[in-house]
Design a protein around this ligand. Structure first.
Ligand SMILES: [Zn+2]
Length: 159
């Protein structure tokens, strides 16, 4: 769950209103809309969505996967995926600290493409080391769960 500024909430609602009711029942936009969310990512057996209230969900009607809360440590990845479809979501990503280092495995791109895989319609796989951000903060290196740590920092209320 993240705090969604009012203008982003409005943008999500606008996207929801744009969804064509004639889409196939199993289209990810159609599935997501039935769950009150915009679709951030869809893969075989699982799709991720974001509701205007800032809650993240996973679902897949085709594989009878019930609507479930997305694990908090995957929310950054979900946003990175979502930015591929809705660039304005990038505003919700955690800001890069000035002392952050470029992520080595993905060379700062946030994405990994295995050399034996040809990606057809996706940029690759999100780098688990940096959650797709392309950078890491030295203070967090060595922690087993970088995503969780970032999530905790990021969720700190901003007043
Ligand atoms: Zn990385």
């Amino acid at each position: 769950m993240i705090d969604v500024p009012p203008h982003i909430r409005e943008q999500i609602l606008r996207e929801l209103r744009k969804i064509d009711p004639n889409l196939p029942h199993l289209h990810i936009d159609s599935q997501a809309a039935r769950h009150g969310a915009i679709a951030l990512m869809g893969t075989l057996g699982e799709a991720w969505g974001l509701r205007p209230d800032g809650s993240f969900w996973k679902f897949d009607d085709e594989f009878d996967m019930p609507l479930t809360s997305l694990e908090p440590e995957r929310e950054i990845q979900a946003l990175v995926w979502g930015c591929e479809r809705f660039s304005w979501l990038s505003e919700l990503l955690p800001p890069r600290p000035t002392n952050a280092k470029e992520c080595i495995p993905c060379e700062g791109t946030g994405w990994l493409i295995p050399s034996n895989v040809v990606m057809v319609n996706a940029r690759g796989f999100i780098c688990e080391q940096c959650q797709g951000l392309g950078w890491r903060d030295s203070a967090l290196d060595g922690h087993a769960s970088v995503g969780r740590k970032w999530w905790q920092l990021w969720k700190r209320p901003q007043r």
